[in-house]
Design a protein around this ligand. Structure first.
Ligand code: FAD
Length: 421
């Protein structure tokens, strides 16, 4: 797959835009937008679908990395939207601060992650977007809009899918730094997972279940990330799953050398909450990803529905990760007004076969009002998505008001969110 603009991280999409620019200031962004007809922001290219592509101009945010400014009294940090979470995390840690949560990979940009509702795991922790307290957005008109939590349009503008403008600065909630102890348990019987889902996902600050579905009766691993000094000590066994005797990679048989430290060894939040280390930089990925976000009340039933497809899923799968996260008020978030459970799939790079299976997977998860992750592969269209995002019409009205000429609408958004009017 070739393109002068290169591909996304996975290499499954070659950007088709005519040109790319990398502004380093708000004024440069405004100049680029002057007279432009088709523009999209491009973060660190970690999405698996064409959500970030443009018919004409891509504005890369790689130089929009204004130094973090910490407001200790307000417990906030303001940072350039192109900054990678891992880089912000290092700055915060050095100053004694932390973010409540991180995604599995620390290399993604803040602007891109919040635009797609990226989340980590933890019964009580909402999506990363829910930590946003303020946004600076350059609109198609060139006007610079500052939106803060509590403003009328704020809840619609954080998980924006890039449809409202170029986010140049983001203000995030911070808290005093904390340590995490990570332990992995292996061989959780599916029946135990079904019966004790709440206890298992509540066994630590952040919990991930990993499985290949090769044996539908067993979930391979449970990763517990306990808050040191707050959460209970690691159990000797977890509903029959046993403590791993050494560090583990989520994929069976792969070296754990690039994974964050386990075996209960305490470490700073930024070195334990992601599954992979910041100093390990995967430049591209031999994988595809999908994820479906289901209201928490359907967690066990939806887990059973996924298991019923195990024989079809396993041959195309590298690993499935099940995570929970708390409700938020952001219109296009997977956690909008519901605690949620995410069923994530890291697929082999066989896109036609994966897309065929996604039709079946989406059909079995539809009764549970599953919402697809915006940055991963899915097949649903705007009509279907309107049924699971109750504020979709409000979002369309907001986009029409802030971007009346549809400068930020691309083909992907026409199909999924903003059909031609
Ligand atoms: C290995 C890997 C691990 C991942 N782990 C997780 C995970 O743990 N949890 C999870 O939920 N997701 C995860 N993801 C998905 C990922 O977080 C999202 O795809 C996210 O959008 C990637 O951010 P990005 O900067 O690469 O965005 P891009 O792919 O570059 O862009 C995504 C969208 O954001 C918009 N955008 C980017 N920057 C801005 C900006 N400044 N202003 C306005 N719009 C903007 C783009 O226009 C586009 O619509 C993972 C992806 C990979 C490849």
């Amino acid at each position: 797959m070739t393109s002068v603009l290169g591909t996304n991280w996975s290499g499954n999409h070659a950007y088709r835009a005519a040109r790319i620019a990398s502004p380093s200031s708000v004024d440069e962004v405004r100049q680029l937008l002057h007279g432009a007809t088709a523009v999209r922001a491009l973060g660190t290219r970690h999405s698996f679908n064409p959500i970030a592509d443009s018919a004409d101009l891509l504005i890369s945010t790689e130089l929009l990395r204004a130094e973090p400014v910490i407001d200790a009294d307000a417990r906030l940090v303001t940072v350039g939207a192109g900054t990678r979470y891992g880089d912000l995390a290092s700055t915060l840690q050095a100053a004694g601060w932390a973010l409540p949560n991180l995604a599995s990979l620390p290399h993604i940009s803040i602007g891109g992650a919040i635009a797609t509702g990226t989340h980590g795991s933890g019964n009580r922790i909402p999506s990363l977007a829910a930590s946003v307290a303020g946004l600076e957005i350059v609109l198609a008109s060139g006007d610079v809009l500052q939106l803060n939590r509590g403003d009328a349009d704020f809840d619609g503008a954080v998980v924006s899918l890039g449809a409202l403008g170029i986010v140049t600065r983001v203000t995030l909630d911070i808290e005093p730094t904390f340590d995490i102890e990570q332990s992995v348990f292996e061989g959780l019987a599916f029946a135990e997972a079904e019966q004790n889902f709440d206890a298992i996902t509540g066994a630590a600050y952040s919990v991930s279940l990993f499985t290949t579905w090769r044996n539908p009766d067993v979930l391979d691993q449970v990763w517990l990330k306990r808050r040191a000094g707050v959460d209970a000590a690691a159990p000797a066994d977890l509903f029959g799953a046993v403590a791993a005797p050494a560090d583990r990679h989520p994929l069976p048989g792969i070296s754990a050398v690039n994974c964050t430290a386990q075996m209960g060894m305490p470490g700073a939040w930024l070195d334990r909450l992601p599954h992979f280390r910041l100093d390990f930089t995967p430049s591209n990925g031999e994988e595809l990803q999908s994820e479906f976000l289901v209201p928490r009340r359907h967690a066990v039933a939806a887990l059973g529905a996924v298991r019923a497809l195990a024989a079809k899923i396993a041959p195309l799968l590298q690993v499935c990760e099940v995570r929970t996260f708390a409700a938020d008020s952001l219109w296009l978030s997977g956690g909008f007004e519901t605690d949620a459970v995410g069923f994530h799939f890291t697929w082999l790079k066989q896109q036609p076969e994966v897309e065929a299976l996604l039709l079946e997977l989406e059909a079995v998860l539809a009764p549970f009002s599953a919402r697809p992750h915006w940055g991963k592969l899915f097949t649903a269209d705007a009509a279907a998505l309107e049924g699971v995002y109750p504020r979709m019409r409000n979002f369309r009205a907001l986009a029409a008001r802030l971007d009346p000429s549809r400068v930020f609408v691309n083909e992907f958004l026409e199909r999924t969110v903003l059909p031609p009017v």
